[in-house]
Design a binder for this molecule. Structure first.
Ligand code: SF4
Ligand code: SF4
Length: 85
């Protein structure tokens, strides 16, 4: 039986440049206490998932469009405060 295209894509293993399997690095959230609002994560996010918002008088990064996240993990890598969960 022919499998649907969506099933074939879902079951593919994506390889990194070094040949190792790509493991998605979806952020689990942002620790508002650690975030300084520097905006570095926003600059590198290719999907526009993160915005700066004022919460309790403090500018912090918020994951506003997680449905677009591709799990590349760049936000986690660049954050100087290690604020991503
Ligand atoms: S993992 Fe990638 S796409 Fe997802 S929020 Fe972080 S930088 Fe954006
Ligand atoms: S890079 Fe880290 S400290 Fe800077 S805005 Fe993003 S979460 Fe906050």
């Amino acid at each position: 039986m022919r499998r649907r295209v969506s099933d074939r894509v879902r079951n593919q293993i994506i390889l990194c440049q070094d040949g190792s399997p790509f493991v998605p690095q979806y952020p689990g959230g942002i620790n508002f206490l650690k975030c300084t609002g520097c905006g570095e994560c926003i600059k590198v996010c290719p999907q526009g998932c993160i915005e700066l918002q004022e919460i309790n008088g403090k500018l912090v990064a918020v994951l506003t469009k997680m449905e677009l996240c591709i799990g590349d993990g760049m936000c986690k890598i660049v954050c100087p405060e290690d604020a991503f969960l």
